[in-house]
Write a protein that binds this ligand. Structure first.
Ligand code: GDP
Ligand code: IMO
Ligand code: MG
Length: 424
């Protein structure tokens, strides 16, 4: 199959879980490279919905090695809960799961800080998932973060945690007037976690490079989406990691020349959870219709997702910054009963037309989308198996998306089940 990165091309929740699950069949390794349990990847197998937050979606297939790379931030409690959740469903999680020694760890103070910051700066809040992701990555880049390797070494862990907690408790006390954390309770709890996690620990870069030598195929599972990427997204309304394809190398220890292909996953319309600009966002009537049809509620927090028309400006931006070669268009069926469908092909602001994604947040907030209008197909496509059998207007819509994005469509998804997938 070759070494392939799967990335979200919008603001997350594009249906990456479903696509990764399908492509995992032909992979040997499935690797998460960034983010943490802010992600919620849904896979539906024979009517049963399984939601993964930290563990790669490949875990649902037998004989796959699933790796949590060094670029991921791990909440140990969430990880252990997820292992239990999968085992309760009869899914094996044993030596098929490997966790990088270099991955950073989320502590209770990260989660509290995440929430306190959002409350304190209410006007400019990001609408985070509250999982402590931002504060954990902040520590990583401030070079005071604590990694899996550290909690496996009692002495190192003690020193690092003491140092961190002294500083954090000061911030809690003085800045937020919040109660402080006990070093001892956190230390003891995380040593217990360390014991449970130790059997899964690996040297990710060596594991994957050895796999390459053995001619194994690696699938990289991006979390979030291009426009939530810390560098390429709608900053500051983003997450704190590189969700884009380049993150796959940094977050796993594989060199860029070893990546063969990048597939972008993109919904046939657009959604986003949390705050931030969203030029093609629907008004109330359409929002209700699409949100209900597409069941657009967050897989992690349950928050209702904001919905809007397909935005080719952000789509094209994703193609460029990820080096996307082909795309998987998901949730096309959600548009089945729309008599007219719009595509945003540019933005207009102060008389100027923008065809490229503008970095200026003010333009993103205030620009008016320039739309093309396409006729809908007004029929059920959820059982369609071939591109040629799709209604003519659905094919025309897809062809226009590919043309605007200057890419090729490889996969079309017309439902959440594995068999509701069309390969071109
Ligand atoms: P991810 O975060 O990118 O993996 O996406 P989520 O799992 O958060 O959200 C995608 C949702 O859409 C899930 O509930 C999927 O089961 C569902 N889904 C995926 N593909 C399709 C599709 O083609 N049609 C429909 N109707 N639902 C889909
Ligand atoms: P998957 O992998 C959609 C959003 C949050 C918020 C912003 C920052 O399922 O596509 P964070 O908690 O990361 O600091 O929040 O990013 N966000 C997501 N939105 N899907 C996700 O993951 C997301 N992960 C984070 O809603 O706006
Ligand atoms: Mg999701």
């Amino acid at each position: 199959m070759s070494n392939t990165v799967i990335v979200g091309a919008q603001w997350g929740d594009e249906g990456k879980g479903k696509i990764i699950d399908i492509l995992s069949k032909d992979a040997d390794y499935v690797v998460r490279y960034q983010g943490g349990n802010n992600a919620g990847h849904t896979v539906v197998v024979a009517g049963e919905e399984i939601i993964l937050h930290l563990i790669p979606s490949g875990i649902l297939h037998k004989n796959k090695i699933c790796v949590i790379g060094n670029g991921v931030v791990i909440d140990p409690q969430a990880l252990l809960d997820e292992i239990e959740y999968l085992r309760c469903r009869g899914i094996k999680v044993k030596n098929n799961l490997r966790i990088s020694r270099n991955a950073h760890i989320i502590f209770p103070y990260h989660k509290i800080l995440d929430k306190l910051r959002e409350e304190k700066f209410r006007k400019t809040k990001i609408g985070t998932t509250g999982r402590g992701i931002g504060p954990c990555y902040t520590d990583k880049f401030a070079r005071c973060g604590i990694r899996i390797a550290d909690i496996l070494n009692k002495k190192v862990f003690k020193e690092k945690l003491q140092c961190n907690m002294r500083e954090k408790n000061e911030v809690f006390r003085r800045v937020y007037k919040h109660k402080t954390f006990s070093f001892r309770a956190t230390y003891d709890q995380y040593l217990k976690f360390a014991k449970k996690i130790e059997p899964f620990v690996c040297d990710c870069a060596y594991l994957l490079n050895d796999a390459l030598k053995a001619k194994k195929d690696i699938l990289f599972e991006g979390a979030q989406g291009t426009h939530l990427d810390i560098d390429h997204g709608t900053y500051p309304f983003v997450t704190s990691s590189n969700a884009t394809a380049g993150g796959a190398c940094v977050g796993s220890g594989l060199g860029p020349a070893k990546i063969d292909k990048v597939i972008g996953v993109i919904k046939a319309y657009t959604t986003r959870v949390g705050e931030g600009p969203f030029p093609t966002e629907f008004s109330a009537q359409l929002l209700k219709q699409i949100r209900n049809r597409g069941k657009e509620f967050g897989a992690t927090t349950g928050r209702p997702r904001r919905c809007g028309w397909f935005d080719a400006v952000i789509g094209r931006h994703a193609v460029i910054v990820n080096g996307i070669e082909t795309i998987a268009v998901t949730k096309l069926d959600v548009l089945d009963m729309m008599p007219k469908i719009k595509i945003c092909v540019g933005y207009k602001y102060k008389g100027k037309v923008f065809r490229h994604f503008p970095a200026d947040i003010e333009i993103l907030w205030k620009a008016k989308p320039i739309y093309e209008e396409w006729p809908g197909w007004m029929e059920d496509i959820t059982r369609t198996k071939y591109f040629s059998k799709l209604p003519k207007n659905a094919r025309k819509y897809l062809e226009r998306l590919a043309q605007l994005l200057e890419t090729r469509i490889e996969i079309i998804s017309v439902g959440s089940e594995r068999n509701q997938t069309i390969f071109i």
